[in-house]
Ligand binder design. Structure first.
Ligand code: ZN
Ligand code: ZN
Length: 1023
């Protein structure tokens, strides 16, 4: 026992009352944050554990998936911290471009306002006022769940430092030729008015139609019939394509067809006029089996046609605008919605006799992942990251192939590698306002691109002003007072410091002396206005407009020196910034101490749905920009579903809100439930009952603590040296405790959350509470025999006291370690109980040591003995219950034993208590008129006179036996029925098989009991 560390304090017995999760959890969740106990200042690099939270979106609230995600991370973090590591768990939030803009847009619409009327600047102001409210509410939810994150290191993907990191990353990739701008076919959401990456498009099978349209040949020699699902795009056709080997069409290749309906001028994207006579071309990619084998080619509105158009140098004719309404190239159809246009076009074709036929056709339709609008493929000018370049791709593939990054469960490795193999360039521009504005400025004079970061400026004021402009905090024209007031306003991420201090801490820590006020700024700006300064090589950076009384910051084209530049109006895909998260949070691109000590991180915990969106991109950006992996382990957790295995959704109404569960059952119950249900590779099926069940476990733990505390002597710790030698049950529970510690540590090191929590549950409830606590009562409640003469009684009292000390000390020692083992799973209840222990020499249990397996506390002999005792007791209890003897009734019991004889003698008193016996007598022969049971060599007999109603039991068991036979017959028949086996769902067949096994077991048991009962004669005539 680890008594040496115990601080001797006087303890007075008291009752801690009933378990009340609400008061306990509200007390500590605030306290832990206020006291910043999870803030790690001095990091031992070789003993550190570093992890970043997958930043929740600043929209809305946490769902059960978030609760699971943070619970699993918190368990690992608390465990690692208790193992003595310097744990840094960085929290933060994601600005979530499209999602946030969507939410705020909706809110404004509700207030009768319109984003487009407001303009960019005003709209962003609205977003910035809404975002902190939402962020704080999520933060509070995380605190309630009990996450042990380091709030002092909190970051936001759109905070000043992170935005700066994004510009640096963009510039580096741009200058390395890995970012380019190009006309490309993208997925366009006509409702959100933005491009979507391939991953943001959901493909849904739909019942559609395939229309066969006749295109007349130019020489009037006939028609080519093309098949299409989207006839409205025909107005943008610039060719008809066939497979080169298709005999049916070979003779037509090179001829032209007349595009029906089109009798107006069409213009290509480069401004040339495009004829309605379009060529028939041959291309290997055409599938001869589809439709007629001839396909219309609309390069501006279809990804395959786009590729064909590029290969054959076809003109690109766009026929829709950003709202997916037909544009001027659609002639008489201009202004119509795409689906309206479709109907009218079909009608006209049919009138002209050019609509050959219509077939039913099931096909996949791309939908916007946010608003479910059917995506319109469109050609437009977008920015791309060349992730297919070997410089990015190879690194990201190799680190996983070589095992430097480990996926858990391992199966995800294959998924990842397969996806990486078919990597397409990543479209990173989005036509929305909320996000990181693309750091590219176009020159109005030479038309070329300029990418700026604050590296382009030497002076720290210039750097700060540039960042303020680039972040949209000020315009290009400003007064010194405006700048001063913004710099002195609270930072978004850490409102306890100013923006200026944030800059100094997270971006410009080299320039600690910078102090800013309007006067110093004015002085600084006007230095540049000095005619002498303008003559120097470094031309002035500021200009003053006396009319407006404003200063202007000047950017000059890097190519021609021209001063009129315009920034790209798009923003970056949200995942571009999230990809930098594992090093951006530590201050990259600055070489900070955090970055040096905490990167690469040790673990990422996330759901499988964002492996491609996020995990893959972090690996690409980490290996490219940091030249090192972003994390070594990736734990992919399952989806949380409802009890029937269905996805939780608001429309289905089967959502379980984690905060409701916290309110009702406590964060500890929520966490323990999620942990015990988390098995690798299996979805979690949740129902409210589960939380209720583990609330009972928290309560059980509480009551055990309450019992122990009420039975401690005030002078226990002083008297420890006078304790009696430990009993077998003490050695047994210590052995079990150590074996549990071993299991938990091993399971956690393999991210086997269910195994770890299961081991704890079984030990705490099944061994400690059910057996050890019961057995300890013998010593806790022992009283000296009052009838003894004084001297002997005193002797007895001394012995009782010594034994009680040992029992109390064992209870305390084991319980102390139970709390520590359970702490990562149930932080609140363990903290509260721990605070009440006389042995709590630390204030916070989370800063104590996690129990490890100690081979010196393992006693196999004692373990074997107590396990045998448990077996005997259980057998007696089981027979008592079969014979319907009231649980509280004390009975006489006879037994016969060979090897167990000694065991019975050692545990005689326990046997009497645990099996509720009035008397236990050894016999040589089986007594007559008694029912027999056994456990190993221990045979026991319960006399019929102990209230056993033999005839009644016989009747009832015989009846039940017949029922079981009937049910068994019916289930067996079902399982032999071919029809059933063929048609029934798998679960139903499994259910039937389970039922069969249960019935067979019950049948066997009943037959044994019937034989047993038949052996004894009914006692008494009344039976
Ligand atoms: Zn959309
Ligand atoms: Zn220029």
């Amino acid at each position: 026992m680890t008594q040496d560390r115990w601080i001797i304090i006087k303890y007075s017995m008291r009752d801690i009352g009933e378990y009340d999760h609400r008061s306990i959890e509200s007390k500590y969740s605030k306290k832990w944050v206020e006291e910043a106990i999870y803030h790690t200042k001095d990091i031992k690099k070789d003993l550190r554990f570093s992890i970043v939270i997958p930043p929740p979106n600043v929209t809305g609230s946490l769902h059960m998936g978030h609760a699971l995600n943070v619970t699993l991370q918190d368990i690992i973090c608390r465990w690692q911290r208790m193992l003595g590591k310097s744990v840094v768990w960085v929290p933060g939030f994601d600005h979530a471009g499209i999602a946030t803009q969507y939410v705020v847009d909706k809110k404004l619409q509700g207030e009768g306002k319109n984003r487009l009327d407001m303009g960019r600047e005003k709209f962003l102001k609205e977003v910035w006022t809404w975002v902190p409210i939402s962020r704080n509410s999520i933060k509070e939810q995380l605190e309630r769940i009990g996450v042990s994150v380091d709030w002092k290191r909190e970051r936001f993907t759109l905070d000043e430092g992170f935005s700066r990191a994004v510009r640096y990353a963009f510039r580096k990739l741009y200058e390395d030729g890995l970012i380019y701008r190009s006309e490309y076919i993208i997925n366009w959401c006509p409702r959100d008015l933005t491009a979507l990456s391939d991953l943001e498009v959901e493909h849904e099978e739909e019942e559609g139609k395939l229309y066969y349209i006749k295109y007349p040949l130019e020489d009037n020699s006939g028609y080519i019939t093309v098949a299409t699902t989207r006839p409205e795009t025909m107005l943008g056709d610039t060719a008809v394509a066939v497979h080169p080997d298709d005999e049916r069409y070979r003779h037509l290749i090179g001829k032209r067809v007349k595009l029906p309906l089109v009798n107006w001028k069409r213009r290509s994207m480069s401004g040339e006029e495009v004829s309605a006579y379009i060529p028939v071309i041959a291309d290997q990619s055409v599938l001869s089996e589809f439709g007629t084998g001839a396909v219309k080619i609309t390069p501006a509105h279809d990804p395959n046609d786009f590729e064909i158009g590029r290969r054959h140098n076809l003109p690109f004719v766009k026929v829709m605008d950003e709202h997916a309404r037909m544009n001027e190239n659609a002639g008489e159809f201009a202004g119509l919605d795409r689906y309206q246009a479709r109907e009218i076009i079909l009608q006209k074709l049919s009138e002209l006799g050019l609509l050959e036929k219509i077939e039913q056709h099931r096909h996949a339709v791309g939908k916007c992942y946010r608003c479910k609008t059917t995506v319109e493929p469109m050609v437009s000018l977008q920015w791309f990251v060349k992730v297919s370049d070997p410089r990015i791709k190879d690194g990201a593939v190799n680190v996983v192939k070589e095992g430097k990054i480990r996926f858990v469960p391992e199966g995800w490795k294959k998924t990842y590698l397969q996806w990486m193999e078919n990597l397409k360039d990543w479209c990173i521009s989005r036509q929305i306002w909320w996000g990181h504005r693309i750091p590219v400025w176009y020159c109005k004079s030479c038309g070329r691109e300029n990418v700026f970061t604050d590296d382009d400026f030497d002076r720290v004021y210039d750097k700060i002003i540039f960042n303020l402009i680039a972040d949209g905090k000020i315009g290009y024209e400003f007064t010194p007072e405006e700048v001063e007031s913004i710099l002195h306003s609270p930072s978004f991420t850490h409102p306890n410091i100013t923006l200026l201090e944030f800059y100094k801490k997270y971006a410009f820590h080299k320039y600690h002396s910078t102090e800013v006020d309007a006067n110093s700024l004015r002085l600084f700006f006007s230095q540049d206005l000095n005619p002498m300064a303008m003559l120097t090589e470094k031309k002035s950076r500021y200009r003053y407009d006396p009319g407006y009384k404003k200063y202007r910051f000047i950017l000059r084209c890097k190519h021609c020196g021209h001063e009129e530049l315009e920034q790209d109006s798009d923003v970056l895909d949200t995942w571009f910034s999230s990809a930098l998260w594992p090093f951006g949070v530590f201050g990259w691109p600055e070489k900070t101490q955090d970055l040096e000590k905490l990167y690469p991180t040790d673990l990422l915990v996330t759901g499988f749905d964002i492996i491609f969106f996020w995990v893959a991109r972090m690996i690409m950006m980490g290996t490219y920009l940091m030249e090192d992996i972003p994390f070594s382990d990736v734990y992919i957790h399952a989806l949380v579903r409802d009890e029937k295995g269905q996805k939780m959704s608001k429309t289905k109404g089967n959502v379980i809100d984690p905060l409701d569960m916290v309110e009702r059952y406590g964060a500890d119950a929520l966490r323990f439930t999620l942990a015990i249900l988390t098995q690798q590779g299996r979805d979690i099926k949740l129902s409210e009952k589960r939380f209720e069940g583990y609330r009972h476990f928290a309560n059980k733990l509480w009551n055990a603590g309450r019992f122990i505390l009420m039975n401690l002597d005030g002078d226990l710790l002083q008297n420890l040296p006078y304790g009696a030698p430990p009993k077998s049950e003490d050695l047994w529970i210590l052995t079990k405790l150590n074996r549990t510690a071993q299991k938990v540590n091993k399971a956690l090191s393999e991210y086997e959350f269910s195994e770890a929590s299961q081991a704890l549950y079984e030990f705490v409830w099944g061994e400690f509470c059910d057996w050890y606590l019961e057995m300890s009562k013998l010593r806790l409640y022992a009283k000296a025999d009052e009838s003894l003469p004084e001297e002997e009684r005193q002797k007895q009292e001394t012995k009782i006291k010594a034994e009680r000390i040992t029992a109390q000390a064992t209870l305390l020692s084991v319980f102390d370690r139970i709390l520590k083992l359970l702490h990562p799973f149930m932080p609140y209840v363990t903290q509260e109980l721990y605070s009440n222990l006389p042995t709590s020499y630390e204030e916070n249990i989370s800063l104590t040591e996690f129990p490890l397996y100690n081979p010196q506390e393992v006693y196999p002999d004692a373990e074997e003995k107590v396990e045998r005792l448990k077996g005997i007791v259980s057998s007696i209890r089981s027979l008592r219950s079969d014979l319907k003897i009231e649980p509280s009734k004390r009975i006489r019991l006879y037994y016969r034993a060979s090897q167990s004889e000694k065991l019975v003698e050692e545990f005689r008193q326990h046997l009497l208590n645990l099996a509720r016996l009035e008397d236990l007598q050894r016999v040589d022969q089986r007594p007559s008129n008694a029912l027999a049971g056994f456990y190993g060599d221990f045979e026991f007999f319960i006399p019929v006179e102990e209230g056993i109603k033999v005839t009644e039991l016989l009747n009832s068991y015989t009846k039940r036996h017949q029922e079981v036979l009937r049910s068994l017959e019916s289930v067996e028949r079902k399982l032999k029925n071919e029809e059933f086996l063929k048609k029934a769902p798998k679960e139903e067949i499994e259910k039937a098989e389970r039922m069969k096994e249960e019935l067979i077991a019950e049948k066997k048991k009943l037959e044994e009991l019937i034989v047993l009962l038949q052996e004894v004669k009914p006692a008494g005539a009344s039976q």
